[in-house]
Design a binder for this molecule. Structure first.
Ligand code: AP5
Ligand code: ZN
Ligand code: ZN
Length: 213
C-alpha cells in the first residue's frame, strides 16, 4: 500500500507510523526526521532547511520534493510506503502524483489525523524523543521507565528545538494555511480516512487498521 499521514504538529503521526510499518512492512519516510538529520549533520540541505524549521515555517517545495524523489527510488520503497509529513502543500501533492504516475502507481489512502488545536500544546511540550530510533515518549501520556532515558537502549532522550509554544503557533498557522488544502485535494479523489486523533493511541491504531483492511 501507498499511504500518506497528514495532520497538525503533535497529532500522532510519528507515534502511529512505526505501528503501521510493522504490520504492513512498508518503507517509512518522514520528511521532518530526514530534515532534522540533515540539520544535525550540517549538510548543504540541512543548512538551507534550518532557518525555516526553527521558525516553524515550511521548507521550500523543491527541497523536500527532491528528498522524496530520491528516497522513493530505493528498492525497499517499490511495493509501498508511508509518508509522514509529506506532502504538506498542494504543489508537493501534485509533484508526488507526477512521480508516482511515471512508475504506474498512485496513492492508496490518506490518513487524516483530525484533532482540535487546543490539545496540541500539551502534546508538543511534553514530548521526548530518542533521536537515533525515532521512538517518542510523553512525560504524561507515554512516560519512559526512567525520566529522560530511552527504554530500549538506555540512551538519553532529547526535546525538539521547535517544540515550544511560540514555534508551535507558527507551525499550526502553516498547517491550516498550506496543508489543509492538501486534505481537500485528496478528498476530491475519495481516498481520505478521518481518524479520531484526540483519542488514546490504541484507539487510533485500531481505526487505522480498519481503514486499511
Ligand atoms: P515534522 O517533523 O513533520 O513535524 P510536525 O508535522 O509538526 O509533526 P510532529 O512531529 O510535531 O507531530 P506528530 O504528529 O508526529 O506527533 P507525535 O506522534 O510525535 O516537521 C518539522 C518541520 O520540518 C516543519 O515545521 C517544517 O519546517 C519541516 N518540514 C517537514 N516536512 C516538510 C514538508 N513536506 N514541506 C516543507 N517543510 C517540511 O506526538 C506528539 C506527542 O504526543 C508525543 O509526545 C506522543 O507521545 C504524544 N501522543 C501521540 N499520540 C497521542 C495520543 N493519541 N494521546 C496522547 N498523547 C499522544
Ligand atoms: Zn512527527
Ligand atoms: Zn484550519
Amino acid at each position: 500500500k501507498r499511504l500518506i499521514l497528514v495532520g497538525p504538529p503533535g497529532s500522532g503521526k510519528g507515534t502511529q507510523s512505526p505501528l503501521i510499518k510493522d504490520e504492513y512492512c512498508l518503507c517509512h519516510l518522514a520528511t521532518g526526521d530526514m530534515l532534522r538529520a540533515a540539520v544535525a549533520a550540517k549538510t548543504r540541505l540541512g543548512v538551507k532547511a534550518k532557518e525555516a524549521m526553527d521558525k516553524g515555517e515550511l521548507v521550500s517545495d523543491d527541497l523536500v520534493v527532491g528528498i522524496i524523489d530520491d528516497a522513493l527510488k530505493k528498492p525497499s520503497c517499490q511495493k509501498g510506503f508511508i509518508l509522514d509529513g509529506f506532502p504538506r502543500t498542494v504543489v508537493q501533492a501534485e509533484k508526488l502524483d507526477e512521480m508516482l504516475e511515471k512508475r504506474g502507481a498512485k496513492v492508496d489512502k490518506v490518513l487524516n489525523f483530525a484533532i482540535d488545536d487546543a490539545i496540541l500544546e500539551e502534546r508538543i511540550t511534553g514530548r521526548w524523543i530518542h533521536p537515533s530510533s525515532g521512538r517518542t515518549y510523553h512525560t504524561k501520556f507515554a512516560p519512559p521507565k526512567a525520566p529522560g532515558i530511552d527504554d530500549v537502549t538506555g540512551e538519553p532522550l532529547i526535546q525538539r528545538k521547535d517544540d515550544t509554544p511560540a514555534v508551535l503557533k507558527s507551525r499550526l498557522e502553516s498547517f491550516h494555511r498550506q496543508t489543509e488544502p492538501v486534505i481537500d485535494y485528496y478528498k476530491k479523489k475519495g481516498i481520505v480516512a478521518n481518524l479520531p486523533a484526540e483519542k488514546k493511541p490504541e484507539e487510533v491504531t485500531s481505526v487505522i487498521n480498519k481503514a486499511l483492511s
